[in-house]
Design a protein around this ligand. Structure first.
Ligand code: GLC
Length: 523
């Protein structure tokens, strides 16, 4: 079976990763191959991928879009990890954001404006290539996240692309919080600008793609959910949670307005939860844990320097991190670690108020009173306001090192030589960091939601906390940390480490479910 995947990211290509979705796109083709599925991929080149990967130029072609004709270029390269399938790259200046990045952060008044236009053009280009015979028609089309939602709309609503209805189409939802919602009219980034004829069909005809909360807006994620033949979420736990409405004030994040659509799919047996896998093929590092511990400070300096090299000014977070590094040797004792994007999805609980400070302050105070040499190292980049808040905390606590950045080697070192990995996400569709920490033999302390509750078992390979609202979740996190600190150094702890090491979330198993549940139910 030949499948064509449309996605915004792919970690098989340098520079084409932002989050965990990219890892999935890297790993899936390899996992599906033994099941007789050949996966080609198509994505924008963002102005640099085709050149940097030395992709082969295939052709120029013209895409009807925005009442005009947009000239695009098609490139391709064999998948670097699996040479008998292709990665296609599409080039147009609309796909380019300054500074080699994939996504653009528009101001709060116009969320998704730049990216929605970018992906509306991308989807139209893929539809044009397939219907114009420039790309072979696959047996399944596989969409990922909101970025591909406009493709579903073209397939369902535009007569020029009716041929696409012959091909069963499935959707993977990696994150329901991002829906790509834009107005129907009245903006250069609106449905009317991209697809005037489709917009003229009216909201009744377009009902499956209209946002349930904002009736004058198109919701591409909703479109992909309602117009695909099968849909899956990236863990069984998350697939249950999204059937309920979100209650943000209580710290519960479920269907994000799309719960009724998801419930309907579930009743029609078209909704699945399939856990992402983790790659266990790479050898563990040759240096010992003790040696790696010694390298932590130099690695952290490297992470700071590589960030400073790109910036014109020194940020206070880098200054504080530098002071903390100069104060202490590499951590020798208990090391709490965390690697994750600075977003409320991952960090909301750490930011909750707790006894005059934040939950994060309380964690650091507790660590310090338990053992003065215990440390907490947190590596992450993302939201600027969150980074500010964490820098303030770092200024208050000598035992906290906050590195505001992304550094492959440092994160890998933290997975390998941390004692306890903290992942208190408020929701987690699947999560890869906890799997990587477990793989390296590091027990995890997690919030029992989504993929976290499917991968970490309390008392077996880590610790799991729950709470009915943000206050309870905060208290439960602190109590669970307490429980963990009491066990540290005991034989039970050794068992946790061994169980973490032995935990397996094999792509092979998940790939079988893709074939059995997703691709076959889309028949
Ligand atoms: C998103 C989710 C994460 C998931 C990843 C891959 O980044 O937030 O939980 O692991 O997608 O599916």
């Amino acid at each position: 079976m030949r499948v064509l995947m449309l996605a915004a990211e792919n970690a098989a290509l340098n520079g084409a990763k932002v989050g965990g979705m990219a890892d999935v796109l890297r790993d899936l083709p390899l996992a599906l191959q033994p099941h007789g599925v050949a996966v080609d991929m198509i994505m924008p080149d963002y102005g640099f991928l085709a050149r940097e990967q030395q992709a082969e130029f295939v052709c120029d072609f013209v895409v009807p879009f925005d009442s005009g004709h947009y000239p695009l270029k098609l490139y391709r390269l064999p998948n670097p990890l699996l040479p008998d399938v292709w990665i296609y790259l599409l080039a147009h200046e609309m796909f380019v954001s300054p500074g080699h990045v994939i996504y653009t952060q528009d101001g709060p008044g116009r969320p998704f404006a730049t990216d929605a236009s970018k992906f509306a053009l991308f989807c139209t280009a893929v539809a044009t290539l397939l219907c114009g015979g420039l790309l072979p028609l696959p047996e399944r089309l596989h969409l990922h996240d909101w970025h591909c939602g406009f493709f579903s709309m073209l397939r369902a609503f535009e007569p020029a692309y009716v041929k696409l209805q012959q091909i069963p189409t499935v959707l993977s939802i990696h994150n329901l919080a991002m829906q790509g919602i834009r107005p129907l009219t009245g903006d250069i980034s609106s449905l009317q600008s991209w697809f005037p004829a489709m917009t003229a069909m009216g909201v009744k005809a377009l009902a499956p793609a209209i946002d349930p909360r904002y009736p004058d807006c198109v919701n591409p994620l909703r479109a992909a959910i309602n117009l695909s033949d099968a849909v899956h979420l990236v863990s069984p736990g998350y697939a249950e949670e999204v059937l309920q409405s979100s209650r943000p004030a209580d710290g519960f994040f479920g269907g994000e307005g799309l719960e009724l659509d998801l419930q309907r799919l579930r009743r029609c047996k078209k909704l699945f939860g399939i856990l992402n896998g983790c790659d266990y093929s790479t050898a563990s590092p040759e240096v010992s844990r003790t040696q790696m511990r010694q390298q932590l400070n130099p690695l952290a300096y490297q992470a700071l320097l590589s960030k400073l090299g790109y910036s014109e000014f020194v940020n206070s977070s880098e200054m504080i991190a530098q002071i903390r590094l100069a104060q202490h040797e590499s951590p020798q004792d208990f090391l709490l670690t965390s690697v994750g994007r600075l977003t409320d999805q991952k960090m909301l609980i750490l930011r909750q108020p707790w006894q005059g400070g934040l939950v994060l302050d309380a964690i650091l105070q507790r660590l310090a009173s338990w053992n003065t040499s215990a440390r907490f190292w947190l590596l992450g980049s993302g939201d600027a306001a969150l980074a500010r808040e964490f820098s303030e905390v770092a200024a208050r606590h000598h035992n906290f090192l906050f590195i505001n950045g992304y550094h492959e080697q440092l994160s890998s070192a933290l997975y390998h030589c941390g004692d306890l990995f903290l992942m208190p996400s408020s929701f987690e569709p699947c999560g890869i960091s906890q799997m990587l920490a477990l793989k390296a033999g590091q027990p995890c302390l997690v919030h029992g939601v989504g993929g976290l509750k499917d991968t970490v078992e309390d008392g077996h390979n880590g610790f799991v906390f729950h709470g009915a609202n943000l206050q309870q979740q905060s208290g439960a996190l602190l109590q669970t940390l307490e429980r963990a600190l009491t066990l540290f150094g005991t034989s039970h702890w050794q068992q946790l480490v061994s169980a973490a090491h032995a935990s397996r979330f094999e792509w092979h198993t998940s790939a079988r479910e893709y074939v059995d549940k997703l691709y076959s139910s889309a028949n």
